[in-house]
Design a protein around this ligand. Structure first.
Ligand SMILES: *Cc1c(COP(=O)(O)O)cnc(C)c1O
Length: 428
């Protein structure tokens, strides 16, 4: 498929990036389980190493199976290019690496995956980077947090764990006004439910570990670049706009235009940070994406039924699913996530921490695991696990208070899920 964008989502999720194998005609994308690629001759090798010709050198940088996945995700997100990495967390570092430097900061939402809060509040300090956490419903506060050293604005489309939906258009306008890229973690929504680039995002990151692979078999991540940001409009992004000493003074933005960020991600990011996705993992994720729309439809339908049922249960204090009319974010669904609010939400139990623990231990179909976006229904008590490193104040701001259980609704029979939740709630 060459002129992919004219096809619909269901066609692209199967065909984008996947041509019959040129060597064998194999219809499915082969797993190119190889480290290196034979150069045609010394001149070809030199051209590849100088970035004058695109091709395969070494699988830390590029691999044909991984390249098929990169093209597929970029196409589904409506981006110019994508770089796969070894995990969602690797993707976040890979997205920030070209635009950050010691002393620079990012302005991020308080409503993030717990691991991202830890990565941004603690670990990135080792690089001399920092993050300012702001309530992204307060766009004035987001604008006020931006200073001369800010290099990006970061949020999730549907935020884990609460199912909160960010008003991406409003946040993109703030970032745009400040001349900064907006980075959106689209893990919980997937491009089937939300396409952040259409709402002004510059970069989209994913943990492919979740819905994109879809069955809990892979750890992987990806950074998608819209190709829309002018990295040369200011002197804030010298890695992309200024001469690169590691490539004889080549200027990435001037040379590669809308593919500058993607080429930098491969030629500098993967080359020197080495957070590479392996071809076997890329294969599983390609398989998963073939059924993405079907799974997301079922996740969403099931979540709607289960959340509505839970909301009326006497043991339940609150259900945060944005698909429910009672949610303060319900009016954002049609605009930001037109195909539905996804499969992830939290439930607060009247019985508090102890009830949550009993509830989680009593479930039979639901598994208690630190994962989401699986065909299987999953739960986790965030306060005692994923959000354990946070203060109680951070837990509450992130939607993971001690009386809250996160639920990732799978694609099983909704009646069975409701029956299982019912018996566990009765025991809790
Ligand atoms: C899981 C997750 C991550 C981290 O991804 P890994 O693949 O586990 O590194 C980041 N963001 C969100 C929203 C996630 O759910």
């Amino acid at each position: 498929m060459t002129d992919a964008p004219s096809y619909g989502f269901d066609t692209l999720q199967i065909h984008a990036g996947a041509r019959p194998d040129p060597a064998t005609g194999a219809r499915q994308v082969p797993i190119y389980q190889t480290t290196a690629y034979v150069f045609r001759d010394a001149e070809h090798a030199a051209a590849l190493f100088n970035l004058q010709e695109v091709g395969y050198i070494y699988s830390r940088l590029t691999n044909p199976t991984v390249a098929a996945l990169q093209e597929r995700v970029a196409t589904l997100e409506g981006g110019a290019g994508a770089v796969c990495c070894s995990s969602g967390h690797a993707a976040q570092i890979m997205a920030l690496f070209p635009i950050m430097a010691p002393g620079r900061n990012i302005v991020v939402s308080t409503r993030l995956y717990g691991g991202s809060i830890t990565q941004f509040s603690q670990t990135i300090k080792r690089f001399g980077w920092s993050a300012k956490f702001v309530d992204f419903d307060d766009t004035d506060a987001v604008a006020a947090a931006i200073d001369d050293d800010t290099r990006a604005v970061f949020c999730e489309s549907i935020a884990n764990p609460g199912g909160y939906i960010t008003d991406l258009d409003a946040i993109a306008a703030v970032a745009d006004q400040a001349g900064l890229p907006l980075i959106v973690d689209n893990t919980s929504a997937t491009p089937y439910l939300c396409r952040p680039i259409e709402h002004g995002a510059t970069l989209v990151v994913h943990s492919m570990t979740k819905y994109l692979t879809g069955n809990g078999t892979v750890t992987g991540g990806v950074v998608v670049d819209s190709g829309n940001f002018d990295w040369s409009a200011s002197d804030k992004f010298p890695s992309l706009s200024a001469p690169e000493p590691a490539y004889h003074g080549l200027k990435f933005h001037e040379t590669f235009g809308p593919l500058a960020f993607t080429f930098h991600g491969i030629a500098i990011g993967l080359r020197d940070l080495g957070m590479t996705l392996n071809p076997q993992a890329a294969h599983y994720t390609l398989m998963g994406i073939e059924t993405l729309s079907l799974r997301m439809q079922r996740h969403t339908e099931n979540a709607m039924r289960v959340a509505s049922w839970l909301e009326n249960h006497p043991a339940v204090e609150l259900v945060t699913y944005a698909g429910l009319p009672s949610s303060p974010y319900n009016d954002r669904v049609a605009r930001i996530c037109p195909n539905g609010a996804g499969g992830l939400f939290t439930v607060a139990l009247k019985g508090g921490y102890d009830s949550c623990v009993k509830f989680v231990d009593s479930l039979q179909i639901f598994s208690h695991v630190a994962n989401l976006g699986d065909t299987r229904s999953l739960v986790i008590h965030s306060a005692s696990t994923t959000h354990r490193q946070l203060t109680e104040e951070q837990q509450i701001a992130a939607g993971a208070a001690p009386n809250v259980v996160r639920i990732s609704i799978g694609i099983e029979d909704a009646d069975d899920l409701i029956a299982d939740l019912d018996q566990a709630l009765n025991q809790a």
